[in-house]
Design a protein around this ligand. Structure first.
Ligand code: TNX
Length: 531
């Protein structure tokens, strides 16, 4: 009897244990997954796909890059060597292009069932975004999945997705502090996970000129030789820049080069004195300002390593200035496959408006001559803009509205919401606070179409989050200001407004925190999230 009892209790205990174990390990439904940006629709089904070492990837022609990208990402996420095998039909992740997948060029579908995962997109980029979503469905490795034959369970169902905005961007200021090609590539990898498809590089400012211009070699030799705080600066050769462009384009990301003009140009004035209009002699008794350093017309200025803005200008009245900007725009346009050239145009406080306006119009003509569309900070709307031009709204809605009234479009980057260089709160050890403190919920809880009554959905090409780097000196500091806020901005830019919800976002973010931790990404552990 005692044996029988013991046996019965054993079976009972075992059943209980299995039940509890299954229950705790039962994976969430697909619709409860942590994808950021949240997809347009997710439908859950029973069961799911087990990703394991003998799973395969198959792809249609044209998608070899995407198949490789998926293979590498799965390896780094799970340690599994998932092989690419043409024609595999079971236990497989299939990549294909189908123009019916979505009405949107970047739209994709994912279907997951027991035997396979199908990722179908309208274009290579669309499939790439589908892969980013799929990779966020793969569980973070834990004790449950290690061992000799790990399996990563992905719940069954369907995801339909496409972006709200075609332009989803981040800007990196490589002028105030210089960042190497590898640092930029690392950032590209991190942000492409969130379906960011434009990286705007702020390539010149008062403190540094960061791209080789073959016809004006002193720009980098002199102008590239320092940075904020007096460090050694640096610059990209044209080959370096092409490598960044190539790396980005493999990830379906467009590089947007910016040469800021006519202000923010001290590094150019320090390299070539003929561009310097000099200053009128300051009034007697006037306190010397940064502008004092513009000194004598026609003479190079000293290099500048401070943090002030708005004191420098190109000489807008000299033909040599237009030869200069034409050479710069031509050389950079020739190595830029993307459609935009950003001419800056912000904070030209010492350029008279009567000089500023014709300057911007000439710069816009030159950009057009070299086959690009002009992007500029919102002040450029004081000039006559072409309908193909885009004003980047950072400070003044009225400037954005002026651009719209001229038939131009706007890119949305309000400093109070989207500036990644703003501190999270008063205790943040790096960053600025002139526009606002931007906590994670501030970066999330806004809608580009309700900032101003006159800026409507149809005027907006997209959203960009700029990272200015006066206080940012290395990869870890870039990461700290970028994450998690970039994930919030990415959802603003990609997901439909009616799918966005702060509570849902912050609970999905936990999974991303685990990934960042695992990947040694130095993110800000916002107290608003229960990490
Ligand atoms: C304003 S935003 C600037 C930059 C500074 C930034 C710091 C803009 C178009 N101009 O020159 O780096 O503030 O937040």
């Amino acid at each position: 009897m005692s044996f029988k009892m013991t046996f019965q209790s054993f079976i009972w205990a075992a059943l209980c244990f299995m039940f509890i174990a299954c229950d705790t390990e039962r994976p969430a439904k697909l619709s409860q997954s942590s994808v950021i940006p949240i997809p347009v629709s997710i439908t859950s089904a029973e069961g799911g796909f087990a990703l394991k070492s003998d799973s395969k990837i198959s792809y249609e022609s044209g998608l070899q890059n995407e198949a490789q990208a998926l293979k590498q990402r799965l390896k780094s996420l799970t340690g599994l060597e998932v092989n690419i095998e043409d024609g595999a039909s079971e236990n497989v992740i299939q990549l294909s292009i189908d123009p019916n997948a979505s009405a949107n060029e970047e739209g994709y579908l994912i279907k997951i069932d027991k035997g396979k995962v199908k990722i179908t997109g309208n274009s290579e980029a669309a499939v790439f975004w589908g892969i980013q979503t799929f990779c966020q469905l793969v569980p973070v490795p834990s004790d449950n999945v290690s061992g000799p034959n790990p399996q990563f369970f992905i719940s069954a169902g369907e995801i339909e997705d496409y972006p709200e905005y075609a332009y989803r961007g981040m800007m990196l200021d490589v002028a105030r502090h210089f960042f190497s090609v590898n640092e930029v590539k690392h950032l590209i990898d991190l942000i492409s996970t969130y379906k960011i498809n434009h990286l705007h590089l702020h390539l010149s400012d008062d403190q540094g000129w960061r791209i080789e211009i073959k016809s004006w070699p002193l720009l980098t030799e002199i102008g590239g030789s320092t940075e904020v705080g007096g460090g050694k600066g640096g610059f990209y050769t044209q080959e370096d820049y092409k490598e960044i462009v190539r790396y980005a384009s493999e990830r379906h990301m467009t590089i947007v080069p910016e040469i800021d003009m006519p202000g923010h140009t001290n590094s150019a004035l320090a390299s070539y004195g003929e561009l310097n209009p000099g200053i009128k002699v300051p009034e007697e008794g006037a306190v010397p300002t940064e502008r004092t350093q513009m000194g004598v017309a026609g003479q190079p200025t000293p290099l500048y390593t401070g943090r002030e803005v708005g004191f420098s200008t190109l000489d807008t009245n000299k033909p040599v200035t237009y030869q200069f900007i034409e050479d710069v725009i031509r050389e950079i346009s020739e190595i830029t496959p993307g459609p935009y050239f950003h001419i800056g145009g912000d904070e030209s406080h010492v350029t008279e408006m009567e000089d500023y306006i014709p300057f911007i119009e000439k710069a816009q003509d030159i950009v057009t001559k070299y086959g690009k569309k002009t992007l500029g900070w919102d002040e450029v709307a004081h000039a006559k803009l072409l309908p193909t031009s885009v004003a980047q709204y950072w400070a003044k809605a009225e400037n954005a509205v002026m651009a719209i009234e001229q038939g131009a479009k706007v890119l949305i980057s309000p400093a109070t919401k989207a500036y990644l260089d703003m501190k999270y709160d008063s205790t943040t050890h790096i960053g600025l606070n002139w526009a606002a403190y931007i906590e994670l919920d501030d970066a999330y809880n806004w809608d580009p179409t309700t900032l101003d009554e006159q800026i409507k959905r149809e005027h907006i090409i997209g959203v960009e989050a700029p990272l200015w780097t006066e206080t940012v000196t290395n990869r870890s500091e870039i990461e700290y200001l970028t994450f998690p806020r970039l994930a919030a901005i990415a959802e603003v830019a990609w997901s439909p407004q009616d799918r966005r919800d702060w509570d849902s976002f912050k609970s999905r973010l936990k999974f991303h925190g685990q990934r960042w931790t695992r990947d040694n990404v130095n993110f800000y552990k916002s107290p608003k999230v229960d990490w």
